[in-house]
Design a protein around this ligand. Structure first.
Ligand code: IPD
Ligand code: CA
Ligand code: CA
Length: 260
């Protein structure tokens, strides 16, 4: 059977609305918290149980698809051939643990390497951003219009705090050339902001599951998503990513080019 983007979109919306409902119940419960790459890279029992559940449901519905996921329940994916699902069960785990707010869950789907369908739930606000190139982008049932193609100086930027603090890739100059810096601590919510035109740039080191859904939705709305060299991103690698309006991304690339 050949899956259509509309079928997968319906499947993702249904799945993430159930995930959202569970996580809203879990957010104030006691959590088992472990660290991964460092003290600020957290994983909880809820990240693991959510991913296990989501991966199981995808495998049941799409047995021929492969799954790239954060906590190890997916496959060892080395090719973008066919349907590939990218799962971030809780995006913004630090916010989930410390703020009990401002976290997301995301699933991005690619077909033969091309963006196909993406869905991001802003869990505490119960808003799902979903769609793809054949569908358009929706906030729940409402279709979103493409953001205005603003330049860097006319817009706010979101850049991950560690990158700005270290002035990595000339990020302090990028901030200086913009209307100001914002930091959210959750890639999924940043993509929500970009889709709504609230900021013009997102710059961060992202892993495949941090990027997959947001890239589908951003590109569908005419936003650009590139590496620091201005080249297309590789969905099976982690990299610094610049996403935003075409004009602002082109302004940032000129500034990044001057970095040592
Ligand atoms: C993290 C968040 C954060 C971003 C990190 C991600 P996680 O995801 O999206 O905003 O700066 O790079 O790893 O680990 O909470 O899923
Ligand atoms: Ca995560
Ligand atoms: Ca993430």
């Amino acid at each position: 059977m050949k899956e259509t983007s509309q079928e997968i979109d319906n499947f993702l919306v249904d799945l993430l609305s159930k995930v959202g409902q569970s996580l809203r119940e879990d957010v104030n419960k006691n959590k088992n918290i472990d660290t991964k790459s460092g003290p600020n890279d957290l994983v909880t029992n809820f990240d693991k149980s959510t991913e296990k559940n989501v991966v199981g449901i995808i495998k049941e519905q799409y047995p021929d698809a492969t799954i790239v996921s954060e906590e190890g329940y997916g496959d060892d994916v080395t090719s973008m051939k066919g349907l590939v699902f990218f799962v971030d069960p809780i995006d913004g785990t630090m916010n989930f643990v410390k703020c009990h707010d401002s976290f997301a869950s995301m699933i991005g789907v690619y077909l033969d390497g091309k963006p196909f369908v993406g869905a991001i739930i802003n869990v505490m606000e119960n808003k799902i951003f979903h769609g793809g190139p054949e569908l358009g982008v929706f906030e729940n049932e409402r279709k979103l219009a493409a953001p205005i193609d603003q330049t860097l100086k006319d817009g706010l930027v979101i850049i991950s705090a560690p990158m700005v603090l270290a002035d990595y890739d000339n990020t302090q100059e990028v901030v200086g050339k913009s209307s100001g810096l914002r930091v959210l601590g959750c890639a999924g919510l940043v993509f929500e902001h970009l889709l709504k035109g609230q900021e013009v740039i997102y710059m961060s080191y992202l892993r495949p599951w941090d990027l997959a859904a947001g890239r589908v939705l951003c590109e569908t709305l005419g936003l650009a998503v590139v590496g620091v060299d201005g080249q297309p991103v590789n969905m099976l690698q982690s990299q610094v990513v610049i996403a935003g309006t075409k004009n602002a991304v082109s302004d940032v690339l000129k500034t990044v080019k001057n970095s040592k």
